[in-house]
Design a protein around this ligand. Structure first.
Ligand SMILES: [Cu+2]
Length: 322
């Protein structure tokens, strides 16, 4: 009995040591790639945006220690019960079935652990909602099975981003299944507001290096944001099962310098002035709308206004038609 237990202990110690070596060995071997998954990697992708730093901190500093302690504690309890209270070691079991103190403890302690986690969890959630003033907006539309990107501030209409075919990806030395023929391009260090929606079924816009995962829902616009810290190529994928080619609609984001971004916008036939131009247009638009609204209210009943457009609004309507 004693020798078999000792054998088990040695085996357990050996297994644990082996597992730890494998764990740290993999950690040491795998130099995590920026913006894409690493073969044999087990950690989160390295962060390239503020939200991801916060998410990694929450995972590594708050969640993992709690998970580890609870797992070890429960495993130790199980082993203790198996060894100490089996039929041979404890032939006459106790007859009690309640213990108020322990019941209060095992109700309260998990509640307190969850409250503790929620403090940091909510902080992270609020950080996601607390978008700084965006420097540019990109609209991402999910389709079966590709993405469409539009730059409304820069007057770049929607263009389609498909997965790069295998031969092209191999020839270009980029990861097949992750690389796209038309990437989303954004300037480094600028806050990008991403408006996410879909045209057919639910998709999900996910970019691990930026800590993003936002559902793309038909008829709804979800909003998320990132500020890319480093130039480079970042890969993500649709993260909602959306049909047969769900695995073949990657997301590629290229983070480039402002000058390169402006050149890219120009090559797409857009206006590199971007938000400034859009703000000027916005400033002009409300004046026209207000004039039309004023005219409608002075006309009296809305039905009349709808039936016969007021004279002052007529030129606006005519201009819009032209
Ligand atoms: Cu999808």
């Amino acid at each position: 009995m004693k020798s078999s237990l000792q054998g088990m202990r040695t085996l357990a110690a050996g297994t644990a040591a082996g597992a730890m070596t494998a764990f740290w060995g993999v950690q040491a071997l795998a130099q995590d790639l920026m913006g894409q998954p690493t073969p044999k990697g087990i950690g989160l992708q390295p962060a390239a945006a503020p939200l991801k730093h916060d998410a990694i901190w929450f995972h590594d500093v708050i969640l993992m220690p709690i998970i580890t302690i609870i797992t070890l504690f429960v495993a130790a309890l199980l082993i203790w019960v198996i060894v100490r209270y089996n039929a041979r070691a404890n032939p006459v079991p106790a007859k009690f079935s309640h213990n108020t103190t322990i019941e209060v403890i095992w109700t309260l302690v998990p509640v307190l652990i969850l409250v503790f986690i929620s403090i940091f969890s909510f902080r992270l959630l609020f950080a996601y909602h607390d978008m700084p003033r965006p420097d540019l907006t990109v609209k991402a539309v999910g389709y079966q099975w590709y993405w469409g990107y539009e730059y409304p501030d820069h007057e770049v209409g929607e263009f389609i981003s498909n997965m790069l075919p295998e031969e092209d990806a191999r020839a270009a030395g980029v990861p097949y299944l992750l690389a796209a023929n038309e990437p989303m391009v954004v300037p480094v260090g600028k806050t990008v507001r991403v408006l996410v929606t879909a045209a057919d079924v639910i998709h999900s816009f996910a970019m691990p290096a930026f800590g993003l995962k936002t559902d793309a829902i038909p008829g709804r616009v979800n909003e998320t944001w990132f500020t890319a810290e480093k130039e480079g190529i970042y890969y993500g994928q649709c993260s909602e099962l959306c049909g047969a080619d769900h695995a073949y609609m990657p997301i590629e984001i290229r983070v480039v310098s402002q000058a390169e971004f402006d050149a890219w916008i120009a090559s797409k036939g857009g206006n590199p002035a971007g938000l400034a131009a859009a703000a000027a247009a916005d400033a002009a638009a409300p004046a026209v709308e207000a004039a039309a609204a004023d005219a409608a209210t002075t006309e009296g009943e809305t039905q009349d206004a709808a039936a016969t457009p007021p004279e002052s609004a007529a030129p606006v309507a005519a201009a819009a038609a032209n």
